[in-house]
Design a protein around this ligand. Structure first.
Ligand code: CTP
Ligand code: ZN
Length: 157
């Protein structure tokens, strides 16, 4: 467990572990964390992982994630594990699950899609998780991982 020496354990909060290497900053941006909030955030990048080869870890003190945030993380980091920490102990560990339907979160790339013209909530079905492919139920347009990532990061102000 020598890698644990990089960053100490946290008292209360959330540890997002097993993030694909290189995606930690994207996860932080999706969560809207800029570093100016005053909460302790630790970012560990490109450390050895038995399961993934290399992985990133994000530790956020005093924060629990909403279901929507967990879904957004699942889309771009499907291997992630969310650990809830209370009093230094992992009291809950859950693997994120790529949602089978994504509602109201992403914009359809097709400018003539009904969701771009009428005030209708977008709905995408997940037709593949690896690689990620989402399909608009209204017009059939597809979104890949890169586009999803760009949209999720830029929808945060
Ligand atoms: N962790 C932490 N602070 C704590 C407890 C745990 O930062 N007070 C971190 C650990 O460093 C680890 C993650 O939370 O990155 C999960 O902890 P734990 O379940 O103890 O580790 P593993 O058993 O290695 O997890 P897994 O089986 O999910 O790989
Ligand atoms: Zn569409």
């Amino acid at each position: 467990m020598s890698k644990e020496l990089i960053v100490s354990k946290i008292r209360n909060g959330t540890v997002i572990d097993h993030i694909p290497a290189g995606k930690a900053l994207t996860v932080l941006r999706i969560l809207g964390i800029t570093g100016r909030e005053g909460v302790m955030v630790a970012i560990v990048m490109n450390v050895d992982s038995k399961k993934l080869g290399r992985k990133d870890i994000v530790k956020i003190e005093n924060r629990e994630l909403t279901a929507k945030e967990t879904d957004m993380i699942a889309l771009i980091a499907p291997t992630a594990t969310i650990n809830i920490i209370r009093d230094f102990m992992v009291i809950e560990k859950r693997k994120v699950v790529v949602p089978s339907v994504v509602k109201g979160l992403l914009k359809c790339p097709n400018p003539t899609c009904v969701t771009r013209i009428e005030p209708i909530e977008t709905v995408f079905e997940t037709i593949s998780t690896n690689p990620l492919i989402l399909r608009c139920v209204y017009c059939g347009s597809e979104l890949g991982l890169e586009e999803v990532e760009t949209q999720l990061v830029s929808s945060i102000t």
